[in-house]
Design a protein around this ligand. Structure first.
Ligand code: SF4
Ligand code: SF4
Length: 113
């Protein structure tokens, strides 16, 4: 079992989650973060920290696409343990639908470097 970062994180990236993870298993893309499902110890500490409610347990149904995305990109993006600057337009995109199709970027992030 693991926790999974989902679509609500795209373009929000508040990063309140990354600092609380006891095993530092968040990885940063250009406009979202993901959790490495093999490293996550399923403690659940990050879930209530996310103001976008983007983090869900993988026991919830319908998350296959996001589980795969978290697994794939956590092996390609850099590790992030310190909160970076929140994008200026984060609140504008909060709650927006269809963000994956509109904005998802496979490029790695750089705030945690
Ligand atoms: S707090 Fe939520 S929206 Fe922000 S980076 Fe973490 S998962 Fe994404
Ligand atoms: S559930 Fe715990 S171990 Fe997994 S990503 Fe969240 S804080 Fe880290």
């Amino acid at each position: 079992m693991a926790y999974v970062v989902t679509e609500a994180c795209i373009k929000c990236k508040y990063m309140d989650c990354v600092e609380v993870c006891p095993v530092d298993c968040f990885y940063e893309g250009e406009n979202m973060v993901v959790i490495n499902p093999n490293e996550c110890i399923d403690c659940g500490v990050c879930e209530p920290e996310c103001p976008a409610e983007a983090i869900l347990p993988d026991t919830e149904g319908g998350l296959e696409k996001w589980l795969e995305l978290n697994a794939t990109y956590s092996n390609q993006w850099p590790n992030i343990t310190v909160k970076g600057p929140t994008p200026a337009d984060a609140d504008e995109h909060k709650g927006e639908e269809g963000k994956f199709d509109k904005y998802f970027s496979a490029e790695p992030g750089s705030d945690g470097q």
